[in-house]
Design a protein around this ligand. Structure first.
Ligand code: K2U
Ligand code: ZN
Length: 173
């Protein structure tokens, strides 16, 4: 298991549409393990392939926040939203690829998602609450969309400038 470096915006790989997973290989299983380890280490409750430079349609999440409860790590391959509620939710989102920046994003409050699991089986689940917000945030990543794309151009530009400065400073270390 390896903790992989998380790409920071702006990065062209975070704006690309990722390729479907066609075969569940040992490499993909290892990547899923690494992504979960990287997510827990961040810490985060979700992580998508492109955030660690893996340009495939794979995401991991575990939105169980109660430290007393048992974790629920999930690996979704080729996830698709098959239904979303008319009702919406506003959540102050962050992103591990856009550190320390938060903004309110409105999304459908509930979604039904269909995906393939690591055993190659087709799954479908109805997500609500933070799980719904998180899975939509992660599926956006697979389509090259970031939460800042829902903000005004001015706000997005401000955040992008801050990240460019952060990357310049990190490069100097
Ligand atoms: O994809 C990512 O960058 C991980 C995101 C997932 C996420 C963002 C917004 C709302 C829900 C999930 C987060 O940075 S993980 C950190 C976090 C932890 C608790 C609540 C919200 C975000
Ligand atoms: Zn994110």
């Amino acid at each position: 298991m390896t903790i992989r470096p998380i790409l920071i915006h702006p990065d062209p790989r975070l704006k690309k549409r990722c390729d479907p997973v066609t075969e569940v290989t040992d490499e993909l299983r290892a990547a899923a393990d690494d992504m979960l380890e990287t997510m827990y280490d961040a810490p985060g409750i979700g992580l998508a392939g492109p955030q660690v430079g893996l340009m495939s349609r794979i995401l991991v999440m575990d939105c169980v926040k109660d430290p007393e409860a048992s974790p629920r790590p999930m690996v979704l391959l080729n996830p698709e939203v098959t239904w979303s509620s008319a009702a919406t939710n506003v959540y102050e989102e962050g992103c591990l690829s856009i550190p320390e920046q938060y903004a309110e994003v409105t999304r459908p409050a509930e979604v039904k998602v269909r995906w393939m699991d690591l055993e190659g089986a087709a799954r479908e689940e109805h997500f609500t609450g933070l799980w719904a917000t998180c899975v939509q945030h992660e599926i956006d990543h697979l389509n090259g969309k970031l939460f800042i794309d829902y903000l005004t151009p001015l706000k997005r530009q401000l955040i992008t400038r801050r990240m460019t400065k952060l990357k310049r400073e990190r490069a100097r270390l």
